[in-house]
Write a protein that binds this ligand. Structure first.
Ligand SMILES: [Zn+2]
Length: 407
């Protein structure tokens, strides 16, 4: 059997070399699409299982070509565009974009054709009384004569929401560092949201000004009262309760605050928090991890700095700032003061710190034996920076004209 297509490294970036490489890639995607469309009808396999199998094959095909994490179009970006010399970047970039569009069309076309084939097969089965596979298979063969050059019915397949896209990207950075992903309930108890995280009773975050409490809970003890979680930190506690160290975990999810919506506030937003607990984890590990993560998200030239701060469940705590991505941290742009972040050259992006030993008391860890760090970042804030969005509300209004720009 012929080996599956892999993206080659280019020896030069001339038009001729690009032509050849593009031709090879397109012919590979077409051949693979053809194979998915032909499928294998196995005698005696029930039609629903057969179609399940065929859709699985299509998904493998789709992911192999256009999966964001390591699809062939992503690899092309890495191996061709990123590796190209400065003066060829523009031409290579154009070429890579065209290829991406062609491959996506091919994947969509295959999906549409598979849908039509499945529909035809189902109609044939229904027509036959839906009783016999033999009748079904005969009927299916009869549909094989249809004209596959007719245009398909286009169904908009949508695109990943920019917030989800950013969240997945952040999670991906930590997955590559060996972190696993944990999720937890959005309606939490006071205990998990505050008490186990070392929030003192008079901490301002516990105020109704900031937290949305569920009504009718007054008869319960304080620790059992329900609220909409204000951060994803309760997931860290739940993870530590059910797992012994070492732990390396990220907790992505939706959180709620009692904030009136405006350009920079929303009562709903998303966070990715992280937790690492092991023996001998130090602040150096925390700095190295977050410095790497910020470079992975915003580019290798980004610098980070750590500012002393206060968080109830970490000690010491720090705010992490990255060098301004608009002025490169200089504070000036084209001779004028940078309009972003008061020309300071730094952007405050996330909170972090070493897990307060008190927290280990709530989860039966021995603070004398383990140490760890935690961090948390707002997904919308990062999406706003990455995509130059000027109003957080745009993420939640569902306006297709906004969303389709991320497709
Ligand atoms: Zn700036």
């Amino acid at each position: 059997m012929e080996l599956p297509y892999t993206v080659p490294k280019l020896t030069d970036f001339s038009a001729a070399e690009l032509d050849g490489a593009a031709r090879e890639l397109l012919s590979a995607v077409e051949q693979e699409a053809e194979r998915v469309l032909l499928g294998d009808t196995v005698e005696g396999v029930p039609y629903d299982l057969e179609w399940k199998q065929r859709w699985e094959e299509w998904k493998v095909f789709r992911d192999r070509w256009i999966s964001r994490s390591n699809g062939i179009t992503t690899q092309v970006n890495e191996l061709w565009l990123k590796a190209s010399p400065k003066d060829a970047k523009r031409a290579v970039g154009q070429r890579v974009n065209e290829l991406k569009v062609r491959v996506e069309e091919e994947v969509r076309r295959t999906e549409e054709w598979l849908q039509r084939q499945e529909q035809d097969a189902q109609n044939a089965l229904i027509k036959s009384g839906g009783k016999s596979f033999a009748t079904y298979n005969d009927a299916l063969r009869a549909t094989e004569g249809c004209d596959i050059t007719l245009p398909g019915i286009r169904r908009p397949i949508g695109a990943e929401h920019p917030v989800m896209k950013t969240m997945n990207e952040i999670v991906g950075v930590f997955r590559n560092l060996g972190y696993s992903v944990e999720e937890g309930p959005e309606i939490e108890t006071d205990y998990y949201n505050f008490e186990a995280l070392n929030f003192p009773p008079n901490h301002p975050a516990r105020d109704t000004q900031d937290t949305l409490f569920i009504a009718g809970q007054d008869s319960k003890p304080q620790r059992d009262r329900l609220l909409l979680r204000t951060h994803t930190s309760p997931v860290q506690i739940r993870t530590m309760q059910k797992t012994k160290p070492p732990i390396r975990v990220v907790c992505p999810g939706k959180v709620h605050r009692n904030d009136a919506p405006d350009a920079t506030h929303s009562p709903i937003f998303h966070q990715v928090e992280g937790l690492a607990v092991d023996t001998n984890i130090t602040f150096c590990d925390l700095k190295g991890t977050l410095d790497h993560a910020m470079k992975a998200l915003f580019g290798s030239s980004v610098k980070t700095r750590f500012y002393p701060s206060f968080l109830p469940f970490t000690e010491p705590s720090a705010d992490v700032q990255i060098s301004c991505i608009f002025c490169g941290g200089k504070g000036t742009r084209d001779g004028a003061p940078c309009r972003n972040w008061k020309a300071s050259g730094w952007i405050e992006l996330l909170g972090c710190g070493m897990v307060d030993p008190n927290v280990y008391g709530f989860v039966d860890y021995d603070p004398a034996k383990v140490s760890g760090f935690a961090f948390g970042m707002g997904v919308e804030r990062i999406a706003i920076l990455k995509y130059g969005v000027d109003d957080i509300q745009l993420f939640f209004q569902g306006d297709v004209r906004f969303l389709e720009q991320f497709g």
